[in-house]
Every structure is written in structure tokens, then in C-alpha cells.
Design a protein around this ligand. Structure first.
Ligand code: GAP
Length: 443
């Protein structure tokens, strides 16, 4: 059985230390989440996998890490001050707030408990634009001169550094600039666990191309981004593309296609691939007075590049990887909960168990674990409980391999290596484990 509700994954995430409610000891803070030890590893592995695919394995992409706080004029030029808003309505009766485009009926669906025990059914105010950017102030004086915004997307830090990176990297379009970092949006209706939150992380790449090549690169990135999820183990049947209708395009976009994932709550956006044309570079050139274009000194060619942008959410990707990996299996009258995470994403790669707590087995197991750790492989050590229980504990967090140290280890130098998905065991020399696991993680 795959996951049939997000709650199954929420429960596992809480129980095993992937994700906790933020400020839990104070009763939590709406739609804010903290990543626990396993969640921090999983999230880091997702980001590493993205960076590896988008930056390290490519010749044409540079990395960047720009500030969350930028000059307020950045957000005026980008259009976010004027147009980055959602339509908001208030219920005139109970004052609940909704995104107008989320509502299905004409009256307020807020559920009121006893003594009413019914939907509110109040009428709504006219929709008004609610800007999603969080405001703050730089320095101790509050006023319009110190006004600043928490970035709602990482992309603008890339556009403002376009010239810097192109010059220092001696780049010529087509080339890309990639960045991973936190973004903030004062969402009207956050929810569904880590799917929509007010503080989240993005993995974005702006790919600058000659204007007449945009369609080729748009098609290329559309394909490449879908494949990234498949290569990391997502079932292709749970992925699809959805092209935006012209009336739902963001203010900067000429074309957009969403990579959607089939969550238990329906098909939802996982990542967007957009053609932003020359919108951002032109707007920043106008507003800053700087020339933001590519110039070829030899051919005297000069143009403002167009931009293709694959923009993914780290937290959303984590949720989809968890949901897709989740399975409950009936085994010998027992339920095995297993996360079939891709080994590269799994928070723990190898768990090492001594079969019994005597005859030098715990010491030997720790030696083997140390040798794996020394290779940078994330490991766990577990000596308590029946071996079957120990396997289950690791299955539930997605550990691809378990190693058991037994009587033969001391005599023959071999251990059992058990595979999470097939549950098959093989006997391998302990001394070869670091190479073997490194090799399997690479493949
Ligand atoms: N620079 C383009 C941009 O930001 P977007 O479609 O608004 O485009 C890109 O965001 C991705 O960021 C989304 O596909 C989603 O994965 C993630 N994302 C956006 N808002 C989010 C939120 N409130 N919570 C979690 N992830 C979010």
C-alpha cells in the first residue's frame, strides 16, 4: 500500500525525527516546521543532488548565494511590489480569510464547532489584492526609508548579479546561474504540512540564452527537470506536466509549465519551468541605469538575453520524495513500513548491528561503522532488540543497507549485508564494505 494520506507521512516524520512542528513546546506556530536530524539530512541530500545535477556536472552553470535582503528598488523593478499578490476575501460574519481563487462555493466554508456545529455560510467582502511579501526594517528606525522585504524568490538576486557573474566567469549565453536559499511569502492559506509554508527554500536556476533560442531551451529544461525526479526514484506515473493558460501566467512569464506530482490530495505543483523573456533584465536595467546585456567585443553583437527558469521548492520536493517512497507492506501477519528512498537521498545509508551484545561483536560493529564514517558515509549503530525489529526501524527511515556482525565476522571477516527493498542478504568481506557502499551510492 502506498501512502493514502499526507497524515501517514506527517506521523512518520514526527515519530522518527524528520519534521517537527516549529515552537512545539509553545503550542506550535501555524504552518511553520522544523527539520529534525533525519529531515535535515534528507533536505541536505535533496539540495546536494540538485546542485550536483544543475552545477557540478555541467560546464554552463555557475553557482551563487545572494542575500535574502536586497535593495527595496529590486522588488519595485521586478514587479513584486505592485503585482505579487493574491486575491483575498474576508467572511463578513466570522471574519475568516480566504484566497478568493481557493473557494468553491459562494459562502464561507469555515466550520464552527458546538453549539452551532455547522458551516458558517457568511457572505464575503469583494476580493482585494493582498501583497505576499514580508516587510521588515533595516536598522533601529522604522520608516519608509528603512523599509526592506524578505525575498519572495531567490531569482532576483541572480538577475541583479547577472553582469557580475557573466564578467567574472567570462561567460557567454547560453549559460546559467543557480542558487539555493530561503524565500518568504505571507501566504493567505498555507497548509498541507510542508507543501505550502510562509518560510521555505527554493532551488532556482536562471538560464540566459540568445533571444532566438528560447524555445529550444524551454523544451530542453522542461524535459530535463522532469527527468531529475525520475532519476531520483519518483514513479513517473505520479508526475505530469501542466502548461499554464495565458490568464494564469505570472506577471513576468511568457510561458510556464509546472511539473506536477500526484499527492494524496490531488495533482499539485512541484516545480515551475518558465520563460521569463528579457523582462527582469530590462526592468532592472531601466530602474538601475546599468546596461544589463551581453556584448561580444569581436563580432560587436549586443543583446539582452532571454531567460528560462526552472524553479523548484526544496520542502515540496522533500514531501513528494517522502510520499512517493512510503509503503506499508503486510509481511507474515505484521506491517512493514518502508521508505523506498533513493540511496543518495536516504538520511542514513548504512546501519550496523552486532548480532548479540557479547563476544566482541559490539566493538567489531563499531569498528566497521567507523571505517564507513571515515569515508563520509552516513551510518547508524543499533545494538538493542531483536534483529528483525532493528531492520524495521531502519526500513521505516529508508536506510538502504543493514550490516550484521555475527560469529563468522571474527573468524572469517565477513558480515551480512541486507538490502532494504528486496530484504535479501548477502555475505561480504567486512574490509570491502567502504568501497562497496561507495560504489553502490555512485551507481
Ligand atoms: N522564481 C519563480 C518562482 O518563485 P514559483 O512557482 O512561485 O516561481 C517556485 O515558486 C517553486 O517554489 C514552486 O514550484 C514550489 O515548489 C516552491 N514554492 C513556492 N511557494 C511556496 C510555499 N509557499 N511553500 C513551499 N514551497 C513553495
Amino acid at each position: 500500500m502506498p501512502a493514502t494520506s499526507i497524515e501517514q507521512v506527517v506521523n512518520l516524520a514526527k515519530r522518527r525525527g524528520f519534521v517537527y512542528p516549529a515552537s512545539e513546546i509553545y503550542g506550535g506556530l501555524g504552518s511553520c516546521w522544523d527539520y529534525g536530524p533525519l529531515g535535515a539530512e534528507l533536505k541536505r541530500n535533496v539540495k546536494d543532488a540538485w546542485w550536483r545535477t544543475m552545477v557540478h556536472t555541467r560546464r554552463d552553470v555557475e553557482g551563487l548565494d545572494s542575500a535574502v535582503l536586497q535593495h527595496p528598488d529590486v522588488w519595485k523593478a521586478s514587479g513584486h511590489v505592485d503585482t505579487f499578490s493574491d486575491p483575498l476575501v474576508d467572511c463578513k460574519k466570522c471574519k475568516a480569510r480566504f484566497r478568493a481563487d481557493d473557494l468553491e462555493g459562494a459562502t464561507c466554508p469555515e466550520r464552527h464547532d458546538a453549539p452551532i456545529n455547522d458551516d458558517c455560510r457568511g457572505h464575503f467582502t469583494e476580493p482585494r489584492a493582498f501583497n505576499l511579501m514580508f516587510q521588515t526594517h533595516l536598522g533601529p528606525v522604522e520608516g519608509s526609508a528603512s523599509l526592506a522585504y524578505l525575498r519572495p524568490e531567490t531569482a532576483q538576486g541572480i538577475f541583479t548579479n547577472f553582469l557580475n557573474v557573466m564578467t567574472t566567469g567570462r561567460r557567454k549565453p547560453p549559460f546559467g546561474i543557480a542558487q539555493i536559499g530561503k524565500s518568504f511569502r505571507n501566504e493567505i492559506t498555507p497548509g498541507n504540512f510542508i507543501f505550502r509554508t510562509r518560510e521555505f527554500e527554493q532551488m532556482e536556476m536562471e538560464y540566459f540564452v540568445p533571444p532566438d533560442e528560447w524555445e529550444t531551451w524551454y523544451a530542453y529544461w522542461r524535459e530535463a527537470r522532469m527527468q531529475w525526479y525520475v532519476d531520483l526514484g519518483i514513479d513517473p506515473a505520479n508526475l505530469r506536466y501542466r502548461d499554464h493558460d495565458p490568464d494564469e501566467l505570472a506577471h513576468y512569464a511568457k510561458a510556464t509549465a509546472d511539473v506536477e506530482y500526484k499527492l494524496p490530495i490531488g495533482w499539485k505543483e512541484l516545480e515551475g519551468v518558465a520563460c521569463r523573456s528579457d523582462f527582469d533584465l530590462k526592468r532592472h536595467a531601466e530602474a538601475s541605469g546599468r546596461t544589463l546585456e551581453y556584448f561580444d567585443g569581436q563580432t560587436r553583437e549586443r543583446y539582452v538575453p532571454w531567460v528560462i527558469e526552472p524553479a523548484a521548492g526544496v520542502d515540496r520536493a522533500v514531501l513528494c520524495f517522502l510520499v512517493d517512497a512510503y509503503e506499508e507492506q503486510e509481511l507474515d501477519g505484521d506491517t512493514r513500513t518502508v521508505l523506498h528512498l533513493h540511496p543518495r537521498l536516504a538520511p542514513v545509508k548504512v546501519a550496523v548491528f552486532p548480532l548479540v551484545k557479547k563476544d566482541g561483536m559490539p566493538e567489531l560493529a563499531m569498528e566497521i561503522e567507523d571505517a564507513l564514517r571515515a569515508r563520509g558515509i552516513a551510518t547508524a549503530y543499533d545494538k538493542s532488540g531483536a534483529i528483525g525489529r532493528r531492520y524495521r526501524r531502519q526500513d521505516e527511515i529508508g536506510t538502504p543497507w543493514c550490516i550484521t556482525v555475527d560469529g563468522e565476522t571474527k573468524e572469517q571477516g565477513t558480515v551480512t549485508l541486507r538490502d532494504r527493498d528486496s530484504m535479501e542478504q548477502e555475505r561480504v568481506p567486512a574490509a570491502e564494505l567502504p568501497d562497496l557502499i561507495t560504489e553502490r551510492l555512485r551507481g
